[in-house]
Design a protein around this ligand. Structure first.
Ligand code: ZN
Length: 264
């Protein structure tokens, strides 16, 4: 059972945001830090975070990283992390996800990272850069367990549930409205769930296949709403402060970038 757990959003915005950073977070469990997703331009994000956020972080803090899926707003920075390992193999960052996802990440990175600049080694391997650790549907980390479920999103995307023994955190940053996923998340004490504001017929199709309109979320019980923080939101979600959303969001609250949430 964990003695101390904090949750810290480094980004909260949707994939078009100019106001925030893309959705990504770090969880601190008894001093051990786990990042979830890694969008591009990490150094700029961390610099802005050091100016405006409650928890300054350096890039050297990335030691363990969960991935939800391969859209660029979630993994664009993984290649940037690999640059730290260009000339060394020791202490690679641990990458967590199902085996197929880890393989997809290397397939994605390989054209950029396989040709090696090292003396005497023309071809680099994935495990020079990262320590890929395949996890099953439930994985025991000692102080806590993590389980995952697929969400309604393309490409294949994971929601994670962290069970710290005395507190559960559900994390679904990219999904269409999915009652089965909602049911799976519902035993969590705190839920991070995405939201879509505005019209649902966009980009030539129905956004519901990718994202969750606020109207659908407002059909859920009050109890679910009260313990859920919304992320992946549009720049228009609020004007001055995320505690004052631009439209009715029921009993939900907007997740705040750069705010440290103490869970345990
Ligand atoms: Zn996505």
């Amino acid at each position: 059972m964990a003695k101390s757990v904090t949750f810290y959003p480094l980004g909260v915005g949707d994939s078009f945001t100019t106001r925030h950073f893309f959705v990504n977070s770090v969880i601190n469990v008894d001093g051990r830090e786990f990042f979830i997703d890694c969008p591009g331009y990490i150094a700029k994000m961390l610099h802005q975070n050091s100016l405006h956020g409650e928890l300054p972080l350096g890039i050297d803090r990335y030691k363990e990283l969960f991935i939800t899926h391969l859209h660029s707003d979630h993994v664009g920075g993984v290649e940037e992390l690999a640059y730290l390992q260009m000339y060394k193999t020791v202490n690679p960052i641990k990458l967590y996800g199902p085996d197929w996802l880890l393989q997809d990440i290397w397939s994605h990175l390989r054209p950029a990272l396989e040709p090696s600049p090292r003396e005497g080694s023309d071809i680099a391997n994935f495990d020079w850069y990262f320590d890929p650790i395949a996890i099953g549907e439930t994985h025991d980390f000692g102080e806590f367990t993590v389980s995952y479920k697929y969400t309604r999103h393309k490409p294949r995307t994971l929601a994670y549930k962290f069970d710290f023994g005395n507190f559960k955190l559900g994390y679904a940053p990219d999904t269409g409205f999915d009652p089965e996923l909602i049911a799976w998340l519902s035993d969590s004490d705190l839920i991070i769930h995405e939201v879509w504001f505005g019209p649902t017929e966009v980009l030539g199709g129905d956004i519901r296949n990718l994202h969750t309109p606020i109207a659908d979320l407002l059909t859920l019980p009050e109890e679910f709403q009260r313990k859920t923080l919304l992320c992946h939101y549009a720049d228009s979600a609020y004007t001055d402060h995320p505690e004052n959303p631009s439209e009715n969001i029921g009993s939900y609250r907007l997740l705040q970038q750069g705010k440290l949430y103490k869970l345990v």
